[in-house]
Design a protein around this ligand. Structure first.
Ligand code: ADP
Ligand code: TRP
Length: 321
């Protein structure tokens, strides 16, 4: 089974991204053949700062390697390093009804928020379809917001197969709502847009400061507290094993245990949890040659597989024999 995941490089990764997306992706390397790429061309529909785009892309590459993507076992590449995907997008554009794209929520949202929509943003789902179809993917794990884009991919694939003959495997979306929404330091959903995130790789001082800034109510130290209502415990239990989580919960219920103490424990746990990955990240960052090599090998591997789909499509559509 071929599992394909695309991640837009949008700056620093937080612990919500980790539990909601990266950890399941790293684990999926055990159940199938993972194709994982950094969707920097998709970021270009809204990001126009070239230095930022370039740096975000390298950062995403390094962070994902440090967090467990294995470039020997999986196919791991940067989208624009296989520019043939843009050629496939063109063939798909020509069988994609405009109405299909006009109905896409992501595009409609942008229009309703008066964001001047460029043709790239309008065609975003077609590039995404090319990502998925080029590698004959079976399964595409995505958040709820991307489900419609995978449906559009299927519609485009069906239309192409009917028009020209069988070229594409029809992919299925895998929606994981089993994963809890991780709260941010203000208690709302953790999200870059709410400025309430805890970064995975924040330096020690900054991480401690973030954890110490988590909202609490004003229950005094001596009094019992309800762990289920505490954001500190809400995050702690997602990273601690059952025994450790149970210990914090019972200390809160007993009283004489302050929120400050709980925050210190949470900081300690997060620092310890990501310590091997942090070490790995330092090692990777120390070797630009290694990063370049992974990037090149990944693109070569992806291209060698994607090109057979593309050659078939060229023949079927009549641009080659
Ligand atoms: P942000 O909201 O910070 O902009 P993104 O929308 O870029 O994050 O999220 C990328 C992926 O990370 C999402 O598909 C989702 O699966 C996961 N994710 C983000 N925030 C959370 C969260 N608070 N809890 C669980 N998963 C999350
Ligand atoms: N659009 C996805 C997102 O915003 C990223 C993405 C691009 C993607 N191409 C993909 C996801 C192909 C899965 C498959 O999160």
């Amino acid at each position: 089974m071929r599992i394909l995941s695309g991640i837009k490089p949008s700056g620093t990764l937080h612990i919500g991204n980790y539990l909601g997306m990266i950890k399941p992706m790293v684990e999926s390397q055990k159940r199938g053949e993972l194709f994982c790429f950094i969707a920097n061309m998709h970021s270009q529909t809204t990001l126009f700062d070239s230095n930022k785009l370039y740096q975000n892309t390298v950062d995403a590459l390094v962070d994902l390697l440090a967090l467990g993507i294995d470039p020997d076992r999986s196919v791991f590449w940067v989208q624009s390093d296989v520019p043939e995907v843009a050629e496939l997008t063109w063939y798909l554009n020509n069988v994609c009804p405009v109405g299909l794209l006009q109905r896409c929520h992501a595009y409609k949202d942008a229009v309703s928020r008066d964001i001047p929509a460029n043709a790239g943003l309008f065609g975003y789902p077609v590039l995404m379809a090319a990502d998925i179809l080029m590698y004959q993917s079976n399964l595409v794990p995505v958040g709820k917001d991307q489900k419609q884009h995978v449906e559009v991919t299927r519609d485009i694939a069906i239309k192409f197969n009917q028009t020209y003959g069988e070229a594409f495997t029809l992919p299925d979306a895998e929606i994981s709502d089993a994963v809890a929404v991780i709260p941010g330091i203000d208690g709302q959903k953790m999200s870059k847009s709410y400025d309430n995130v805890i970064d995975i790789f924040a330096p020690e001082k900054k991480l401690r400061k973030k954890v110490m800034a988590i909202v609490t109510d004003s229950t005094p130290v001596e009094e019992p507290k309800d762990p289920e209502k505490s954001v500190i415990y809400g995050i702690y239990r997602l990273f601690a094993d059952e025994t450790r989580a149970g210990e914090m919960a019972s200390r809160m219920r007993t009283g004489g245990y302050g929120y400050g103490d709980a925050k210190k424990e949470l900081f300690g746990l997060l620092w310890e949890y990501f310590s091997p990955q942090r070490k790995r990240r330092e090692e990777i960052l120390a070797s630009m040659d290694y990063i370049d090599e992974v990037r090149k090998k990944g693109a070569d591997k992806a291209r060698s597989i994607g090109i057979s789909t593309l050659e078939k499509v060229r023949r079927l559509t009549g641009t080659s024999r």
